[in-house]
Design a protein around this ligand. Sequence first.
Ligand SMILES: *Cc1c(COP(=O)(O)O)cnc(C)c1O
Length: 448
Amino acid sequence: MNTNELIRKDRKHLWHPFTQMQDWQVDDFPVIEKGKGCYLIDTQGRRYLDGVSSLWCNVHGHRVKELDRAIEKQLKKISHTTFLGLTHPTAIELAEKLIAIAPKGLSRVFYSDSGSEAVEIALKIAFQYWAQKGRPEKKKFARLVNAYHGDTLGAVSVGGIDLFHEIYKPLLFETFAIPSPYCYRWETTRDPEKVKNEALSAMEKVLREHHHEIAALVMEPLMQGAAGMIDQPAGYISRARELTRKYNTLLIFDEVATGFGRTGKMFAADHENVTPDILTVAKGLTGGYLPLAATLTTEEVYSAFLGRHEEFKAFFHGHTYTANPLACAVAIANLELFEKQKTLEKLQPKIQLIKKRLEDFYSLKCVGDIRQCGVMVGIELVRDKATQEPFESREKIGVRVIELARRKGAILRPLGPVIVLMPPLGMTEKELNKLLDITYESIKEVTE
Ligand SMILES: *Cc1c(COP(=O)(O)O)cnc(C)c1O
């Protein structure tokens, strides 16, 4: 099939995620056929830097021979076998490896297929934990404003991005919303220390008043991704840990985006040596190769589910493809590459390079705020820097920037007016410089 035919058939048969399909009928889009290293290659042979890691999941690049081989090797054994009543070697080996790198104290792994599912599982575990500990009234959840935890209904319930969630409100359960420490748009101050303290006071107020009915606080640690890369001041997550302990509620860290090196350490929790009661991972777990997710818990949480068969304390959850062996095999190879290639060590100068290069962006007329944590970057565009007045959504400012960047050879994806950069950890310094050049020029040409 040639490119025009592919595009025609796509427009005829497909429905794309988070996409106004009416625009899709006329918009231009590349048909990606191949990948090589940190480049995506379309059917016409055009090459694009993968500036958002194929939606935040790619780690070492595409067509990595160790990862390709791990799948080929597993294919010759078995592609899938159920995890209900049976087990298999790759799932066992991966669980051991995950526990070894996870924050200390997490000791149980429950597999699923996507980040949203990992979050659903975390919520159900927290809920059932309290019910089985004899505290069934602890059945509600606290979450941050601007949170994103996935698109299934439970995950949407604990989310807080109005644009995504308003329409589904009648289907959602109620939660306690806690303001997130969004320094750039905090009402009273922009000083991170003050914002942190005020946000934590608000968190403590909710926990103090409602802890008797709260099962868990769920949050993305260090960086709220889909909200537009909203970073949290140092000390915020450790204080969240202290407060959830003080008020006897579980703490769920959703590290679906921040996990596997994205923040510069293996997990965001590692920056402050925090161990949540429940941790969710997905995206980078397989290096961006196959869908796989996991929910990790402590032995304390796990043990609340033990009992005699007829007590029905088991965790009633499972998916057909739970612990898919191909996905587990590539996840193992992904973690092995982290060690063998010293990925995290080699990442540090790249993080510094990005930081240095981003300083220039402040001279652009419409760059209001730049937020970076490791290789997660959000560049917030505003119409007026002095007043922080945002662009209107019909101006599609982010979309225009990424469309131009695409013509210049980089795939980006905006979050409203925030231009996101999230390069694979394996991107070279030369490629990073090119990505930052393209981003800078695209923002400048569109906004000036
Ligand atoms: C992407 C994301 C999810 C959802 O993961 P899916 O695999 O897309 O379902 C959940 N939480 C966070 C923080 C995410 O960034």
